[in-house]
Design a protein around this ligand. Sequence first.
Ligand code: ADP
Length: 488
Amino acid sequence: MENLNVLFVASECTPFAKTGGLGDVVGVLPKYLKKMGYNVKVVIPRYYSIDKNFLDKLPDPLGVPMGIIGELWCGVYRTTLPNSDVEIFFIDYENFFGRKDLYNYEDGTGYIDNDNRFIFLSKASLQLSKRLNFRPDIIHINDWHTSMIPHMLKTYYKHDEHFSDTKVVLTIHNMQYQGVFYSGCMDVLGSWEYYFDYEFNGKVNFLKGGIYLSDMITTVSEGYAREIQTPEFAYGLEGVVRDRSSNLFGILNGVDYDEWDPETDKFIPKNYSINDLSGKNVCKLELQRRFGLPERDVPIFGVISRLVHQKGIDILAEAIYKILSLDIQFVLLGNGEPWAHFFFGKIAYDNPDKFGCFIGYDNKLAHLIEAGSDFFVMPSRFEPCGLNQMYSLKYGTPPIVHAVGGLNDTVDNFDEVSGSGTGFKFYGLNAQNLFNTIGWATYSYYNLKSNLEKLRRNGMEKYFTWDDAAKKYIDVYRMAKGIKGKFS
Ligand code: ADP
């Protein structure tokens, strides 16, 4: 097997910095590629929250040419991804990354210099690969933040031997966030070449350029790869995606079962498996205790989500009064749009016996909700892949999902006559359909116990491995490099 060098550049990487699925992919996929014999390195920013004391500092500062701004100098730190020898490097530049949140001010608006911040990350990662003498066969870029890298390779580094064999693979984790900025940022890039590949209503759209200039493009489910070719899901870039559709592939994320498996989960009060589900009840009682809900036999519906429009949280808000008229309990963990914090906080205050809510980010609690709930609710407006529904399947907590993107690809609808399927799907996102489906699940809990049990077990048997996903990424890398013969 050939020995490709792969440089991952991203704005997040779990466990160091994560706001969502992007961080999970960047934290896990490189380890699997490494296991398959590839040389992989990862580069992300050294955000304020990443403690330097646990990292090694590279001896010399790194110069980063920033076009009209001039050259900026940064520090570089290094460590390895947990339980692996994959090296991860952190670009340390206080003025850009020494802030509380990754992308936004506290009110949710993006930092005014996000264009410069991520041009800087992108340039720094290329400079670093030269410093390390690591000649990448593939640079794997992720979302808009690093989408300017192919532009840099085609302009500033065009004649640089170091990158003469480099191909770029872009993974789109979310099409909604595109990185649209005042066109003056082309001056920071140092070149207006390819401007029209980026141009978007008189501004510069980083993701648009990434889609046009990368060699191959992937997104995180096959369903989403089809959807982003349509206006409903592409936020203005459907034509651009369609132009590149022959180089676009959907690769479903795997699940990190080292972290998300009820048999070994360190965060839940009792482990359980498909062969012995008794521990799930212990988790349910603990969940009820945690939220101060009455400890009785009643279906619990769980939500863990960024509380944003994408996740259909407004639809949940519209439906919640009717949902709470059923004999159920509901727990919600999340943070995001301020209105949702107040709204669901008030629902919890008004319905202490039925609705528990924790506003914030809490990984340990997320595990308990997966384990202790009877159903998991995901009414996403769009969902590139979605991880929580896959975790839910493993935890014997059938997901209730709007049939889009990765949710549609990973969940099979319940057939209440045979007990086949893995969850509950609804088509058409509105409060009535969400309520009806939660009603159906509630009815099943009380009246279709044995087939619901089958459904639960069908889900637990599902296995979404990173091994499979990694093989598919390798296929894409090979296509980018023009290497014949598929891995899988
Ligand atoms: P997205 O990337 O769009 O946020 P995913 O379902 O792909 O959605 O990934 C969400 C990840 O973030 C999951 O691992 C989920 O458990 C986690 N998560 C989201 N919100 C919270 C929260 N408030 N507390 C703990 N974990 C959360």
